[in-house]
Design a protein around this ligand. Structure first.
Ligand code: PMP
Length: 399
C-alpha cells in the first residue's frame, strides 16, 4: 500500500491551463493574452543586451560555483537597496534596511510571510480585492488569515479609493497590509502620488504594517516614480515596513528567479536583529539563493555603462506597452467601441478589460484569442502584427 494512496488530484493553476489550451490550438493567428510575461514587438521574451554583456563576461571568467551567503550576493543586495529606496535614502545611510536576495519576488513574499508569522503570530494580512492570486496562496500557506480591502471599481474601471480607505481604516492595529507599488496585477489600476500620501498617513495613524510588493519597477513611469509608495513610506517616519521586489520583468529574467526582501527597522541594531531572523528563515527553506541570476543583475546595476544600457532597454519596454495601450484604445474607438478609453489610464503589463466571462469565452472559441476569465489581458503580449486581430475580435464580442 503506497503512503501516497490518499493524495487527491490538486487543481492546477488556471492560467497555466489556459496556456496549454493555447499551445494545443491549431488555428493560425491565435493570440495568448492570458500570460504574465512581457513580449517584444516580435512576440519573443527579450534577452536584454545589458544582461547578455554580463553573461558573456561571466562565461569567459568561468568561475567556480561555491555557495552564496544565506542572504545572497552583497553586490546584488546593495545595488537592490539603492534601486528600491533611492541611492541617497536616509534609511540606507542609517543602516535601517536589511536586504536579502531571494528566489524571485515570490520567494521574497514567502520569506517575508514566514518572518512576519514568527514576529506577529496573531496578525492578519489584508490584500487588495482583487490581487495577484499567489498573494492569498503564499500568505495562507504561511499560516495567515487573509482578508480583503476594497480596491477595484468595476463601474468606473478605476480605483475605489473611498472604499479602500474605509476598509484599511477598519483593520486592527498590527495588521499587515499588502500593497502593490505600481502596475497592479491583475487590474492595472494604480494609486496617484496624492492617494499614496493618504494611504501612508492612514497606515501610520492606525499602526498597520505595510508590506509593499514591487514586481514591476520601471514598467509604468520610470524607476524612481514607480517606487513612489516605497519612498513615501520611507519619508513618513513609520519605523518598520517590508518591501518585496522582483527583477523578473524589469530584467526579463523570469526563469533566473531574482528578487529581494528588504525589511526596514527602527534602527541599525534592530535591522541587524531582524536580518538574523530572516537568515534563519531562509536557511530553513532553501539554505541560500542561486548564483547566476544575482550575478547578472549585480553586473548590470554596478556598471555605469551597462546600467545606462539597461535603463534604455527598460524605457523601450515601458514605451512599447504605452504604445500598445494607446493603439488598442484608438483602434477600438475607430471600430465603434469607444468605451475602452480606460485601458490607457491603467498601468503596467495588465489590464482589467471589463470583458465578461462570456465575452472571454467567445474570444477564445470564435477568434482563438486567449484571455483570463476575469477579463484580465496582458497588454505586453500585443504587437503591431496581432493588434488588429485582437481589436476586431474585442469589438465584435462587445457589440
Ligand atoms: N508580485 C506580483 C504582483 C506579481 O505579479 C509577480 C509575478 N507575476 C510577483 C510578485 C512574483 O514575481 P517572481 O516571478 O519574481 O516570483
Amino acid at each position: 500500500m503506497s503512503h501516497f494512496a490518499s493524495v487527491e488530484m490538486t487543481p492546477g493553476d488556471p492560467i497555466l491551463g489556459l496556456t496549454e489550451a493555447y499551445l494545443a490550438d491549431t488555428r493560425p493567428g491565435k493570440v495568448n493574452l492570458g500570460v504574465g510575461i512581457y513580449y517584444d514587438e516580435q512576440g519573443r521574451i527579450p534577452l536584454l543586451r545589458a544582461v547578455r554583456e554580463v553573461e558573456q563576461a561571466l562565461a569567459l571568467e568561468a568561475k567556480p560555483r561555491g555557495y552564496l551567503p544565506i542572504d545572497g550576493l552583497p553586490a546584488y543586495t546593495q545595488a537592490t537597496q539603492k534601486l528600491v529606496f533611492g541611492a541617497d535614502s536616509p534609511l540606507l545611510a542609517a543602516g535601517r534596511v536589511a536586504t536579502s536576495q531571494t528566489i524571485g519576488g515570490s520567494g521574497a513574499l514567502r520569506i517575508g510571510a514566514d518572518l512576519l508569522k514568527k514576529v506577529l503570530p496573531k496578525a492578519k494580512i489584508a490584500i487588495s480585492n482583487p490581487s495577484w492570486e499567489n498573494h492569498r496562496v503564499v500568505f495562507s500557506a504561511a499560516g495567515f488569515d487573509v482578508v480583503d480591502y476594497a480596491y477595484y471599481d468595476a463601474a468606473t474601471h478605476g480605483l475605489d479609493f473611498a472604499g479602500m480607505l474605509a476598509d484599511l481604516g477598519k483593520l486592527e492595529p498590527g495588521t499587515v497590509v499588502l500593497l502593490h507599488a505600481c502596475c497592479h496585477n491583475p487590474t492595472g489600476v494604480d494609486l496617484t502620488a496624492e492617494q499614496w500620501k493618504q494611504v501612508v498617513a492612514l497606515v501610520k495613524d492606525h499602526n498597520l504594517l505595510p508590506f509593499v510588493d514591487m514586481a514591476y519597477q520601471g514598467f509604468d513611469k520610470g524607476i524612481d516614480t514607480d517606487a513612489t509608495a516605497v519612498r513615501l513610506f520611507a519619508e513618513s517616519g513609520i519605523e518598520s515596513f517590508v518591501v518585496a521586489n522582483s527583477y523578473s520583468k524589469s530584467f526579463s529574467l523570469y526563469g533566473e528567479r531574482v528578487g529581494a526582501l528588504s525589511v526596514v527597522g527602527a534602527s541599525r541594531e534592530e535591522a541587524l536583529r531582524v536580518q538574523s531572523l530572516v537568515k534563519r528563515t531562509i536557511r530553513s527553506n532553501y539554505s541560500s539563493p542561486s548564483t547566476h541570476g544575482g550575478a547578472l543583475v549585480a553586473g548590470v546595476l554596478n556598471s555605469v555603462e551597462l546600467r545606462a544600457m539597461w535603463e534604455q532597454e527598460l524605457t523601450e519596454m515601458r514605451e512599447r506597452i504605452h504604445a500598445m495601450r494607446a493603439g488598442m484604445v484608438q483602434k477600438l474607438a475607430a471600430s465603434g467601441s469607444p468605451q475602452f478609453g480606460f485601458i490607457q489610464q491603467q498601468a503596467g503589463m495588465f489590464s482589467y478589460s471589463g470583458l465578461s466571462k462570456a465575452q472571454v469565452d467567445k474570444l477564445r472559441e470564435d477568434y482563438a484569442i486567449y484571455a483570463i476569465g476575469t477579463g484580465r489581458i496582458c497588454v505586453a503580449a500585443l504587437n503591431h502584427a496581432n493588434l488588429d486581430t485582437v481589436v476586431s475580435a474585442v469589438a465584435a464580442v462587445s457589440k
